[in-house]
Design a protein around this ligand. Structure first.
Ligand SMILES: *Cc1c(COP(=O)(O)O)cnc(C)c1O
Length: 430
């Protein structure tokens, strides 16, 4: 047995991998990571792979960034974690102070969590309770979009549009209003009309601004997002922007809402917030939403919600340093340049290939939608496997092959990702 096969056998014997059929896990040639350097991950046999999915969209500046490593070491010499329930922590305060002037939310307050799904869940509960605290009854449902993905907890799954084999949970999901994804023709008008018609039932509208990532990198125009935001404002419905995937530079601005000039009442961030180092997420509430919870001590106006590891000090310290590094390294300028290069490269080398239905993307997120002639060909999986064989780590979403390069990628690395995708698609889809 090779060292790789041995690790895979040990892995499959004890670890249950998310979104993964464990009975076939070993057959799909998983990469077992031992360490990483910059934008490459290194497996147990020393093979190197360019991380072209940013470890599922979380890694921003690379792996083992010296400054982030140091921020973590510095914090661990102070304290790793203390609770934020009723008490403060210097690292969490510093992070919230650093983020406050940067988030597109008025007079922001930060409720920390450890995962995107938990932070979405917090936003849903805050929106709901903010109405009941104001004595408004009946605003008990949400409007969400076709293709939406907001996480895997029951609440976040409920505002999501299902798929990925999660339909089995339908009996557990609470109902909400749904209107076509904003990438569809006429979708913004339909959403605006539904908001107007149903406003007094709606606690909030939940949207992934500019890109629905998990739907297969489906993009929409800033004007359409703005139209939805304007309708929310006009009808007094709260807008929750889920920036878990798009936040922290992924689309070329720090937050995607900025490109539409939209300032949501609640914003959710996660994934890139620590540069991909540690589990941290946050629900950002505007001042008016936050103040709807003001009241006497121990009163029912309070938000009775919080997680054990909310505002973990190690994660906050890394996140604060990470935010500064995005500025210091002029990372957003690199994202925009590399994004143009990626889009042009995919348009020239991949879009014309047989079997490719569409190439789309925004910033450093791109999806190649394949059009297999019959079911069961597993093109998405096979193209991704072809990329992994060529030393570029890619993961599909069904038959959409997705690349989400690290924000500090070089021009050569983007060229390599494009060339590898072109080779793998040409090999599989003929
Ligand atoms: C990944 C994602 C989530 C869920 O975040 P987790 O940290 O995986 O729980 C929520 N919303 C969007 C838009 C995402 O891409």
């Amino acid at each position: 047995m090779s060292p790789h096969d041995e690790w895979v056998a040990r892995d499959a014997a004890v670890v249950w991998h998310g979104f993964t059929q464990m009975a076939t896990y070993a057959d799909n040639r998983p990469v077992v990571v031992e360490r990483a350097e910059g934008r490459e991950i290194i497996d147990v046999e020393g093979r190197r792979y360019l991380d072209a999915i940013s470890s599922l969209w979380v890694t921003t500046l690379g792996h083992r960034v010296p400054e982030l490593d140091q921020a973590l070491r510095d914090q661990i010499d102070r304290v790793a974690h203390t609770t934020l329930l009723g008490n403060g922590n210097v690292a969490a305060i510093a992070l919230a102070e650093a983020l406050a002037p940067r988030v597109p939310v008025d007079d922001p307050r930060f409720l920390f969590a450890s995962d995107g799904a938990a932070a979405v869940e917090q936003a849903l509960k805050i929106a709901f309770q903010s109405w009941t605290n104001q004595g408004v009854t009946g605003r008990t449902t949400y409007l969400a979009f076709g293709g939406a993905y907001h996480g895997d907890s029951i609440g976040s799954l409920s505002v999501g549009d299902g798929g990925f084999g999660t339909d089995v949970f339908d009996p557990l999901r609470f109902g909400c209003l749904r209107t076509p994804g904003l990438d569809q023709p006429g979708a913004a008008e339909a959403a605006v009309a539904l908001i107007a018609e149903q406003a007094d039932r709606l606690a909030a509208v939940v949207v992934e601004p500019l890109v629905q990532g998990a739907a297969g990198i489906r993009t929409h125009e800033p004007e359409d997002l703005r139209a939805v935001a304007d309708a929310c404002r006009a009808h007094g419905v709260l807008l929750i922007a889920d920036e878990v995937a798009t936040g922290f530079g992924r689309t070329g601005t720090l937050f995607a809402c900025e490109q539409a000039g939209v300032r949501p009442n609640l914003m959710v961030v996660g994934k890139g917030i620590t540069g991909g180092y540690l589990p941290l997420a946050a629900t950002v509430a505007s001042g008016p939403v936050f103040h709807a919870f003001d009241g006497p001590d121990l009163s029912e106006m309070t938000l009775y919600h919080g997680h054990s590891y909310s505002g973990n000090a190690l994660a906050c310290a890394v996140a604060t340093r990470h935010l500064a590094l995005i500025d210091e390294g002029d990372v957003l300028a690199n994202v925009r340049a590399r994004a143009d290069q990626l889009a042009a490269g995919l348009a020239a080398a991949v879009a014309p290939l047989p079997g490719v239905a569409e190439v789309r993307g925004l910033g450093l997120m791109a999806g190649i939608e394949l059009a297999p002639p019959t079911d069961g060909l597993r093109w998405g999986r096979r193209v991704s496997a072809g990329c992994v064989d060529r030393g570029v780590l890619i993961r599909p979403l069904g038959d959409v092959v997705v690349t989400v390069p690290i924000l500090t990628s070089t021009a050569d690395e983007i060229d390599r990702i494009v060339a590898t995708l072109a080779d793998a698609v040409a090999e599989v889809c003929r």
